[in-house]
Design a binder for this molecule. Structure first.
Ligand code: ZN
Length: 220
């Protein structure tokens, strides 16, 4: 099946399997549930077009690629800025890009839909969760130019999940206490396997693997 690719909401004719940002970027450690940076709102980005911001986006793309994620927020790499990157393919459409200072609006008239959700900061199996069927995000790109994204399905779910991160909210904050407990306990079992796979995929891209503490913050 031919995949149509949209970069920051704009269709492009050609796009590499591995985004150029990911090819350039370094692999960073993904922060884990229990670390402060994930549980507080991030700061608004005020300076655009800087080398630091470009490098951060590159590194976030590389980190998302080796972690096999479809989205990654800056506080997931220990940076408390309002910014996320994404690379998600669904029904023959690939959505890829980054958004800075995003604002997410959901369409309440379209209703909610339940779907399986997971998070790179909660490494292991996920949980079912209701989200708005349709969502839209407005923000800017690295140069400060307007970005508008909207969609439904898994893409809408990702937009809501990532903007939640920037408010200091994880998906496990939105599920029942019992489900949260189950997810955390499975995470502690699965974590070594997940980190091993990340290290292997990092080496496959000839990059330096990120260093993780021996045990999860919540295990201490
Ligand atoms: Zn997440």
């Amino acid at each position: 099946m031919t995949v149509r690719t949209f970069v920051n909401g704009v269709e492009v004719a050609d796009y590499p399997e591995l985004p150029e940002e990911a090819a350039r970027g370094k692999v960073l450690r993904v922060t884990e549930v229990g670390e402060k940076v994930l549980h507080n709102p991030c700061r608004t980005v005020t300076e655009f077009g800087t080398a630091e911001l470009r490098a951060l986006i590159d590194d976030m793309f590389a980190t998302m690629a080796i972690a096999e994620g479809v989205g990654l927020a800056a506080n997931q790499v220990d940076v408390d800025l309002r910014l996320f990157v994404f690379d998600l393919t669904e029904d023959g459409v690939r959505h890829v890009g980054h958004v800075i200072n995003p604002a997410c609006t959901i369409d309440l008239e379209e209703g909610n839909v339940e779907g399986e959700e997971g998070c790179l900061s909660v490494p292991g199996p996920g949980a079912g969760l209701f989200r708005a069927r349709r969502a839209a995000v407005t923000g800017v790109d690295v140069e400060g130019n307007a970005v508008e994204l909207s969609g439904e399905g898994y893409f809408a779910r990702m937009l809501q999940h990532e903007t939640d991160h920037l408010e200091g909210r994880l998906y496990i904050d939105l599920i029942s206490k019992r489900e949260r407990k189950r997810v955390i306990s499975e995470m502690l079992d699965f974590r070594p396997e997940v980190l091993e796979r990340r290290a292997e995929l990092t080496q496959a891209l000839s990059k330096e693997p990120a260093r993780y503490p021996a045990s999860a913050p919540l295990a201490k």
